[in-house]
Design a protein around this ligand. Sequence first.
Ligand code: NAD
Length: 308
Amino acid sequence: MSDSGAHLLEGKPIADEIRTAVAEDVATFTATHGRPPGLAVVIVGRDAPSTVYLEQILRGCARVGIHAEFVHLEGEATERSVCATLAKLNADPSVDGVIVQMPLPPTIRLREVIDAIDPAKDIDGIHPLNAGLLRLGYDGFLPATAHAAVEILRRSGIEIAGRDAVVIGRSAVVGMPAAFLLVKEDATVTVCHSRTRDLADHVRRADIVIVAAGRPGLVTGAMLKPGAVVVDVGINLVDGHIVGDVDFASAVGVASAITPVPGGVGPLTNALLLTHLIRAAERQAAARRMAAEPSTQVEPTVTARGDR
Ligand code: NAD
């Protein structure tokens, strides 16, 4: 509970719980298959953006026993060299998951690179196959940030079904997948974006607001319905401090629950990515055994409990 009344939806305790379950799943997988699950993070080009976020992922993997490493494409990386690297990683049975650092250099087409990732290893859900599965309500890999934005509600016991939700932001990696996840949870969802005419009017009617616009202070307390639940996905650097898209000081007095930035969605994103990886590893191991012994019904050896 914050001083002003709203319940603070903190990501770290939930992330710790998830990591403990993942560590057990990783130990079982490693004992069964004689190797740990593996993650490759592709860093494109010599002018690659900061790797701070990705280093956090690598550290998170190490903590639970996952083998994770950067694959650096030095020099002037080309579309062809990125796709060739992805083809190698796709074919490598010790690599269960692949992440490509974004944004890519402007000379490389995003769509070509995304299409080159094996959907079975696409643990951050960016391949069109996984996006399509989500759209249809089937079980694919989810973009980890959108997953975290909705999972923090579910694990905090916030009722979603039947409630009016507004998602601000319609990107393929955050806003849209978060909206589809809320629909899957039976919310009534409005997606707002940069061309929305009266954002405040939509936000005022929402029981749940997920904000993923990359605009500090976009949502204020005055725009919120009293008692609304607010999930702030935004990460913005303002005067040397990380802030979200919500004006926390004014929102905390109106909302019934709110995620802090930092410390809300961020920690959960990284933990959920680990659950996606162990799931990818189990599914591929099961598929390989099926291929080797087609007459045998093979169940995954481990249930990814962190991903419930
Ligand atoms: P993006 O720039 O791709 O998309 C931003 C979206 O916000 C667009 O759909 C745009 O239409 C909308 N938007 C912009 N200005 C708006 C306005 N004034 N009113 C209404 N809508 C507006 O960004 P993204 O990749 O979706 O990321 C969104 C935010 O989430 C960023 O701050 C990013 O840093 C953050 N992020 C957080 C995590 C995490 O783990 N917490 C991970 C990824 C991204």
